[in-house]
Design a protein around this ligand. Structure first.
Ligand code: FES
Ligand SMILES: [Fe+2]
Length: 369
């Protein structure tokens, strides 16, 4: 059931999706104080593995120092090159790609080729800038705040639920980045409503539309949530679920979509867990980073691997298909926002957008009454 019985005001005006001033306000008020998803321990498992990210015009690198993760500004102190620009990888030593300066876990320099040429060496000025890092299950977050809130507080009551879904008996399946030609709030609002499913995803949800009768919305100041009772599955997925049951999976037939304001979304179905972070790039562009975990079971045997491989194949195929179907509309919505004379309107089935918009405006110091 939905919470509201009548249509709601579209609190954000078209300007809020295009204005440079408001964009700067969002960066300061919404994003800089918080935590940001950068990846998963599953892609940082081996000592020497790393991932990079570009967040709010800041390049970041996260490196595994023999099991300890550390996050740094991805800029070498020698002559300013990105230490590494690959999306992810593994390097035996934490070393700049240009002249090979090495760094330690505290950001200080390690081996420097031809070090004699740099005497007297200014060790303090050569130290990399370090960022706070935290995890929820296997999900890895960084913050640019001097003194960020504990990650448990930032994520809130769903912390344990999220931690449980992004770790054993599920396993890292994939991560994916995608750029959008639209303001960051457009993909966030798209993911908060199922209203567009018949038009944009006529086949991707098996033709099933999660209408009011099977849906529950939870609306809160800091988050909103949809729980939907799933009733239909592809035949292969039904077989996969049977296999997973034998491996100890708990099947609830529930689709959960949980949005933590402003930009972090998790989706859980029985065998899959997806985490999305929607990152502003400019007032009119944004990107998403997606991390996916799939159920494998606790025991490591061929059946659990096969279950995981099939589950990963279907999980990846369906999430990317849906994400690209959504992405295809965003540039047109952005163009419309640039020229719209309308105030907009939010239907009861889109009521989660209202909470999100209220949060954005209030955090940015604009009145909503
Ligand atoms: S710029 Fe990094 S080692 Fe020279
Ligand atoms: Fe969609």
């Amino acid at each position: 059931m939905f919470v509201n019985k009548n249509q709601l005001e579209h609190l954000l005006k078209p300007d809020h999706y295009t204005s440079e001033d408001f964009f700067q306000k969002e960066l300061t008020c919404l994003f800089l104080p918080g935590w940001h998803l950068v990846g998963a321990k599953g892609e940082l498992a081996k000592p020497g593995s790393f991932i990079t990210a570009e967040l709010f015009d800041t390049p970041v690198i996260i490196y595994n120092f023999d099991g300890d993760l550390a996050a740094f500004l991805n800029v070498c102190s020698h002559r300013h090159c990105l230490i590494n620009s690959e999306r992810s990888g593994c390097m035996k030593n934490f070393k700049c790609q240009y002249h090979g300066w090495e760094y330690k876990a505290d950001g200080s320099t390690g081996r420097i080729p031809e070090a004699n040429c740099f005497r007297p060496f200014d060790r303090e000025n050569a130290r990399l800038k370090k960022f706070p890092i935290a995890t929820c299950g296997d999900l890895v977050f960084v913050s640019f705040a001097e003194d960020p809130p504990p990650i448990e507080e930032f994520i809130g009551d769903s912390f344990d639920e999220i931690a449980e879904r992004f770790c054993e008996p599920s396993r890292f399946a994939m991560s994916w980045d995608y750029h959008y030609g639209t303001n960051w709030k457009v993909p966030v609002e798209n993911t908060l409503e199922a209203y567009h499913i018949p038009e944009l995803h006529p086949t991707s949800f098996l033709g099933v539309y999660p209408g009011e009768d099977y849906s529950t919305h939870i609306l809160d100041e800091k988050f909103t949530r949809l729980e939907y009772n799933m009733r239909e599955y592809w035949l292969v997925y039904r077989l996969l679920r049977r296999g997973a049951l034998l491996l100890g999976a708990k099947l609830t037939n529930t689709y959960i979509h949980h949005h933590i304001h402003p930009n972090f979304v998790v989706i859980f179905v029985d065998l899959h867990a997806y985490a999305f972070s929607y990152i502003p790039v400019t007032a009119g562009t944004s990107k998403v980073r997606l991390v996916t975990y799939c159920f494998r079971g606790k025991r490591k045997n061929p059946i659990s691997w096969i279950t995981w491989l099939i589950s990963r194949f279907f999980g990846k195929r369906s999430v990317l298909k849906i994400a690209l179907e959504d992405a295809a509309i965003f540039a047109d919505q952005q163009r419309g926002l640039e020229k719209s004379p309308h105030p907009g309107v939010i239907g009861t089935l889109e009521e989660r957008l209202y909470c999100f918009q209220k949060y954005v405006l209030e955090k940015c110091g604009e009145a909503t009454e």
